[in-house]
Design a protein around this ligand. Structure first.
Ligand code: GLN
Length: 227
């Protein structure tokens, strides 16, 4: 299984993401500059955190218009996995791959600390290593992590079990305590907390590692075991 980590101008969690996948998971991965990225031969695409284009206009809005996102859309339409973390999540909502929007935190301040999340759906390709309702520890680091969607969308997200992670103690004002959602097909996950920053005990938690392990395991089940 081969991972692509896409770097935009202003990404700053791209190397952490790459290190987590390449050196901790020991998976095949490339770090790709957005302009030259050809995503054809990759199995999973990782959109890392940061401040793409300086967060100008709206977070993720300018990166969402880049050519590489057309490729990400094609990849997603084929049912292949896409994970957007933090700014990656913002890019996914701005590009229409996920519903809703990320607004400024309710206290209008950047926040950076460990949060307890609740695993709401452990039946996605990203979350089968967790149990439903499990409390896990992941760090958050954002100024605009306040997930918003209208009531109709929230009803749909709930009915389709697209809410994957919620915050135990909502730090940013997100609707329904939402920390991460998947698309209807279940192959595109966007989340504000950073799994790539929780892949070694030295970092305070290994709960993020399990997300990548889940993805690799389920990808093999789908594409290798049944081939
Ligand atoms: N770590 C990040 O990805 C930061 C995300 C974002 N640009 C924000 O502050 O909201």
């Amino acid at each position: 299984m081969k991972f692509a980590v896409v770097t935009f101008p202003g990404s700053n969690c791209d190397k952490d993401m790459y290190e987590a996948v390449k050196n901790i998971l020991k998976a095949d991965a490339d770090l790709l500059w957005y302009e030259h990225a050809n995503l054809e031969n990759y199995d999973a695409i990782l959109l890392p955190g940061g401040f793409s284009y300086g967060d100008y206009l709206r977070t993720g809005a300018i990166a969402a218009t880049s050519n590489v996102m057309q490729q990400v859309k094609q990849h997603a339409a084929q049912g292949k996995p896409v994970l957007g973390v933090c700014n990656g999540f913002q890019i996914l909502t701005e590009s229409g791959l996920l519903p809703g929007a990320l607004l400024r935190n309710k206290n209008l301040s950047f926040m950076c600390h460990q949060e307890t999340l609740i695993v709401e759906n452990n039946q996605t390709i990203f979350t089968t290593t967790y149990t439903k309702g499990e409390r896990i520890q992941l760090p958050v680091a954002h100024g605009e992590g306040n997930y918003y969607c209208d009531e109709v969308t929230l009803r749909e997200l709930t009915a389709n079990e697209q809410i994957v992670f919620t915050y135990q103690n909502n730090p940013n004002g997100s609707v329904a305590n939402i920390a991460g959602i998947v698309n209807k097909q279940g192959n595109v996950l966007g989340m504000m907390p950073h799994p790539e920053r929780a892949v070694e005990q030295l970092l305070g938690s290994v709960d993020g590692l399990r997300l990548f392990q889940s993805l690799i395991h389920n990808w093999r089940e789908i594409y290798v075991a049944n081939a």
